[in-house]
Ligand binder design. Structure first.
Ligand SMILES: Cc1cc2nc3c(=O)[nH]c(=O)nc-3n(C[C@H](O)[C@H](O)[C@H](O)COP(=O)(O)OP(=O)(O)OC[C@H]3O[C@@H](n4cnc5c(N)ncnc54)[C@H](O)[C@@H]3O)c2cc1C
Length: 283
């Protein structure tokens, strides 16, 4: 029978992990309880992160925003700093599950689950988020794009804890959009999702754009060619149609119970076509 630890400090977490390397970290539990039959059978120890000082909340320092790994999606949505600085991220986490899931599920859990359908991930990629990791050996930081290795796979080493996500404060975008297609409106894992952010000049021409897609490749799909394609163009039907063709060529979706490979590929391109309407609506 496993033990449940409720440490109050990061030092205590690291000490438990060095004593019991097989112990599982538990934040909100909304993925762990669903995915791990060992946890449901009460096998192996759990280290609950909920009470660990310094792992929750959003703060600013040195031109960047630090989001504690155990900050829930609900807290992210409610926070003024996220609303003001990263409305794209707020919009993305608003699409996770339903209020009960958002009040338990954390950003750290969403990242460490490393699902291609993780709704915070496309927005975090666009914002060039970095993860902060702690172990008994010390602290390291790396770009999210290098941390997530594939479906369910991360660069987290044994004995290591994700402690925070860092995002540069000044992103310089003045237009953003997040959209997710699922099998129903709420409580749906995405069939395809898209996060888009751009700097538009006065007459609506793109100065700089970033685009990322979820659920259409083993990892979040981004493309420098696609981002560069938008530069100097308006977000009209012609631009978006050509960009949609690039996306459909670039993605590598799978077929599963939720959707076929072909449907996902089509939808990924279609999501881009929604940008013209979003821009007209002033979002
Ligand atoms: C009904 C339902 C609907 C859902 N809908 C969505 C949805 O629409 N979109 C979506 O993206 N997700 C959805 N999810 C999945 C889940 O809610 C999110 O991925 C959530 O963010 C996971 O966070 P958590 O804190 O609950 O993670 P946990 O379940 O606690 O942990 C998940 C994994 O990450 C590890 N982990 C957690 N925190 C850390 C840390 N700080 N350091 C190292 N490892 C860590 C755990 O060991 C575990 O392997 C849904 C889940 C349910 C049950």
């Amino acid at each position: 029978m496993g033990r449940v630890y409720l440490p109050a400090t990061l030092e205590a977490v690291l000490e438990i992990l060095s004593r019991e390397p097989s112990a599982r970290l538990f934040a909100g539990g909304t993925d762990l309880l669903v995915r791990s039959s060992a946890v449901r059978r009460n096998e192996g120890s759990l280290v609950c992160l909920e009470r660990v000082e310094g792992l929750s909340g959003v703060s600013e320092s040195d031109g960047a925003v630090r989001i504690g790994a155990c900050t829930t999606h609900g807290e992210l949505m409610a926070g003024g700093l996220i609303r003001e600085r990263f409305p794209l991220l707020r919009e993305a986490v608003r699409h996770i599950g339903a209020p009960a899931v958002r009040n338990m599920g954390t950003i750290g859990g969403n990242i460490c689950t490393a699902s291609p359908a993780g709704d915070s991930l496309p927005a975090l990629h666009i914002l060039d988020a970095e993860v902060e990791l702690h172990s008994a050996k010390g602290r390291r930081r790396m770009p999210l794009g290098r941390f997530i290795l594939g479906p369910g796979l991360t660069a987290l080493e044994p004995g290591e804890v994700l402690t925070a996500v860092w995002i540069d404060k000044d992103q310089g975008f003045n237009f953003h959009h997040f959209e997710k297609v699922g099998q129903r409106k709420a409580m749906a894992i995405s069939v395809a999702s898209m996060a888009f952010a751009a700097r538009l000049n006065g007459d609506g021409i793109v100065a700089r754009a970033r685009c990322a897609f979820g659920s259409v490749a083993p990892k979040v799909f981004t493309s420098q060619v696609l981002d560069a394609f938008f530069a100097g163009k308006p977000l009209n039907e012609e631009t978006l149609g050509a960009a949609a063709a690039l996306v459909r060529e670039g993605v590598s979706p799978i077929s599963d119970v939720r959707a076929s490979e072909e449907y996902r590929r089509t939808v990924a391109g279609n999501l881009l076509m929604r940008l013209e309407g979003a821009k007209a609506a002033g979002r």
